[in-house]
Design a protein around this ligand. Sequence first.
Ligand SMILES: *[C@@H]1O[C@H](CO)[C@@H](O)[C@H](O)[C@H]1NC(C)=O
Ligand SMILES: *[C@@H]1O[C@H](CO)[C@@H](O)[C@H](O)[C@H]1NC(C)=O
Ligand SMILES: *[C@@H]1O[C@H](CO)[C@@H](O)[C@H](O)[C@H]1NC(C)=O
Ligand SMILES: *[C@@H]1O[C@H](CO)[C@@H](O)[C@H](O)[C@H]1NC(C)=O
Ligand SMILES: *[C@@H]1O[C@H](CO)[C@@H](O)[C@H](O)[C@H]1NC(C)=O
Ligand SMILES: *[C@@H]1O[C@H](CO)[C@@H](O)[C@H](O)[C@H]1NC(C)=O
Length: 319
Amino acid sequence: MGVGGCLALPWRCLVVLCLRLLFLVPAGVPVRSGDATFPKAMDNVTVRQGESATLRCSVDNRVTRVAWLNRSSILYAGNDKWCLDPRVVLLANTKTQYSILIQDVDVYDEGPYTCSVQTDNHPKTSRVHLIVQVSPKITEISSDISINEGGNVSLTCIATGRPDPTITWRHISPKAVGFISEDEYLEITGITREQSGEYECSASNDVSAPVVQRVKVTVNYPPYISDAKSTGVPVGQKGILLCEASAVPSAEFQWYKDDKRLAEGQKGLKVENKAFFSRLTFFNVSEQDYGNYTCVASNQLGNTNASMILYGPGAVHDG
Ligand SMILES: *[C@@H]1O[C@H](CO)[C@@H](O)[C@H](O)[C@H]1NC(C)=O
Ligand SMILES: *[C@@H]1O[C@H](CO)[C@@H](O)[C@H](O)[C@H]1NC(C)=O
Ligand SMILES: *[C@@H]1O[C@H](CO)[C@@H](O)[C@H](O)[C@H]1NC(C)=O
Ligand SMILES: *[C@@H]1O[C@H](CO)[C@@H](O)[C@H](O)[C@H]1NC(C)=O
Ligand SMILES: *[C@@H]1O[C@H](CO)[C@@H](O)[C@H](O)[C@H]1NC(C)=O
Ligand SMILES: *[C@@H]1O[C@H](CO)[C@@H](O)[C@H](O)[C@H]1NC(C)=O
């Protein structure tokens, strides 16, 4: 289809030319604002993509001919439809009003529309701008990322919409330091473990609710043992040694008694390893169990250890 579909019909295009020469003012002649004479088009029309737009033009009974144009192509002249676009329909052609409706408006419909009339053999026009708004949409966003502590992170969030959406980044973790970037790009140099968590990109342009999407940033760091206490337990009782460590990825634990690694499944002993701790349980403590135990926590970034004493009554220990 040609411009507004009108070029598809040569016969009509001839008439378009005639209309343009005889009836309409040449393009580019400004319409004086505050001109009280008709035609009077409404103010600029703003609609969302997919909605319908009504273009109204006030006329009076001196008006003999009327037309609505999209740029230089005629959509309607009087009751006659000149374009093939089925979305364009005539709403009213009365002594006071000449209106058309454009359904399912899209971005390419944006632009100047002209109401053109002939009054007392003088052509006159009035122009209205159709402005098409589009909800924001995030078209590109960084994938979840895993980075070692101290590394540099660069997150990207690209969004489209009309008007151009405003893009912001927010750190939304509970321990958040409230990082905010009012930009498509978020750069973090020398990232710390406190800066791990979810980052939210928000794109907003007042057309609809902001659109948000999240990126998970995992900061890896070597184990750090936060708790490892010596414990006093009498012979014959149950004893527990606990080793708490934080690490990303989670630490693997090993236990030593003095220099000897504790074998798996040793009688009367249970080792439970979880993401943030390892627990050594003696079901029935004996004299031989007393001594110095070392917990080693490791992941691919390093390892650390802490020692603790399992002691009997009367023993004096500083742990
Ligand atoms: C208006 O003109 C533009 C540019 O030729 C075209 O893409 C659009 O479809 C037209 N819209 C209507 C409602 O005629
Ligand atoms: C109508 O829209 C055009 C183009 O965006 C703009 O130049 C003009 O100032 C607007 N007029 C009014 C009355 O808002
Ligand atoms: C991180 O960025 C800083 C500053 O731009 C630079 O000096 C440093 O070498 C970068 N570190 C890495 C691991 O790329
Ligand atoms: C603990 O071990 C001692 C010595 O082997 C034994 O006499 C006692 O019955 C055990 N106690 C429990 C609760 O198993
Ligand atoms: C326990 O063992 C560790 C490592 O072998 C050692 O550094 C620490 O001094 C020992 N603690 C006691 C109280 O002997
Ligand atoms: C515990 O850490 C110290 C210091 O890093 C190291 O010398 C020692 O070998 C470690 N012990 C074990 C059992 O890994």
